[in-house]
Design a protein around this ligand. Structure first.
Ligand SMILES: Nc1ncnc2c1ncn2[C@@H]1O[C@H](COP(=O)(O)OP(=O)(O)O[C@H]2O[C@H](CO)[C@@H](O)[C@H](O)[C@H]2O)[C@@H](O)[C@H]1O
Ligand SMILES: [Mg+2]
Length: 210
């Protein structure tokens, strides 16, 4: 996963994932504008395995995280991967996916849990806990978080993602997550993940500790 080479930057002409545009308006009569980025909404799932008392998380290479770890002076057409190894771009996240199909958020969450983590989770085991905005500056996509308890016998597949996704399943105990949340960082995780883990530690972790 971390063997990243041949990194090059290119102009973006059109994209299935990002749509930049300008938003024009008046506020109290003053003309204004704001540059925006249209992106998909997404879902994430807090998966807690009660058989082995671990949170089931995913590690993956995120190009945006890698790119932002490169010093601005070195963001050229090609990036030196000896100086900047792929490990700089890996994150720890919830199992998650974009809402790019005409299916319910719950169905998409179930599909992602199976594709990325190998758990076949019945719909009635998924608890929708909160929806927040994944960014309010340039985009304002919704991020909906689900929670579910799983057991080892719900694991029917290997996980790891579909097509050419390379996703590693990472299991963390509650004390390991508490330690991570108390470390100064920078944490290689998005705010939606940190919010979800705080929610889990606050509302759920106590009952699993004994
Ligand atoms: N910009 C892009 N360029 C090229 N290919 C792209 C792309 N965006 C998506 N894709 C393709 O679409 C797939 C989408 O994967 P997922 O549905 O699992 O969403 P992901 O977990 O990456 O992000 C979701 O989950 C995380 C939460 O961890 C949220 O932050 C995030 O907004 C949400 O999309 C990627 O594997 C890739 O093939
Ligand atoms: Mg995903």
């Amino acid at each position: 996963m971390e063997d990243i080479r041949n990194v090059r930057l290119a102009p973006l002409k059109d994209s299935n994932y990002l749509k930049p545009f300008r938003f024009l308006y008046t506020q109290n009569g003053t003309p204004k504008s704001w540059d925006l980025l249209g992106v998909h909404d997404s879902v994430g799932i807090i998966i807690y395995n009660i058989t082995r008392k671990v949170l089931v998380l995913v590690k993956q290479f995120r190009p945006a995280v890698y790119y932002s770890s490169v010093h601005p002076d070195n963001r050229k057409d090609t990036i030196d991967t000896d100086k900047y190894p792929g490990s700089l771009g890996t994150t720890l996240e919830l199992c998650a996916g974009i809402v790019d199909k005409n299916k319910s958020l719950l169905e998409i969450a179930r599909e992602e849990a199976l594709e990325e983590c190998g758990y076949d989770i019945p719909a009635d085991k998924m608890e929708e806990i909160a929806t927040c905005r994944s960014g309010v500056g340039e985009q304002s996509a919704l991020f909906t978080v689900f929670f579910c308890e799983v057991t080892d016998d719900m694991k029917t597949g290997a996980g790891g993602g579909i097509e050419n996704e390379l996703i590693e399943i990472v299991e963390k105990t509650i004390p390991e997550m508490e330690e991570m949340m108390n470390s100064p960082g920078p944490l290689a995780s998005p705010p939606g993940f940190l919010y979800a883990i705080m929610w889990f530690l606050h509302h759920k972790a106590g009952k699993y500790k004994n």
